[in-house]
Write a protein that binds this ligand. Structure first.
Ligand SMILES: [Zn+2]
Length: 134
């Protein structure tokens, strides 16, 4: 997923979840994961963008976000959660697309309604958990 989800929608959803004061920080950290942890630069980075490994990062960053009151960690958890749904298990959606089959898994507008709903729900779960911290 590109900046439409990782930045614009995340910013909107963070505001919707009552986190207007840190929404910008959260969205910025989310979109920056693709630059700071580029999937092609290391195996560790790759795991952040694809299920099932990315679920570990969702858990780790979510915990860090709540414990350390960190909007940056929350943004990273959101990125991993959003990619987990969009890219599918083992990045199969990407492999299919690269083979000339199926839609681009990073295209939000072309994604099926159920995928978009799941990304929204996962994102709101994380945002609400952060809102209730402390
Ligand atoms: Zn990514």
């Amino acid at each position: 997923m590109g900046p439409l989800v990782h930045y614009e929608l995340t910013l909107q959803w963070a505001q919707e979840a009552g986190l207007a004061d840190v929404a910008e920080q959260i969205a910025r950290a989310d979109v920056l994961v693709d630059r700071e942890f580029r999937a092609t630069t290391s195996l560790k980075n790759l795991t952040m963008h694809f299920a099932p490994w990315s679920y570990f990062w969702v858990w780790r960053y979510r915990r860090q976000a709540v414990r350390e009151d960190s909007a940056v960690a929350l943004g990273r958890a959101l990125h991993c959660a959003q990619d987990s749904v969009a890219h599918g298990v083992l990045g199969l959606a990407h492999l299919r697309f690269d083979a000339g089959l199926g839609r681009n898994p990073d295209d939000w507008r072309a994604a099926p309604e159920r995928i978009r709903e799941r990304i929204y729900e996962r994102s709101m779960d994380l945002l609400h958990a952060f809102r209730k911290r402390g």
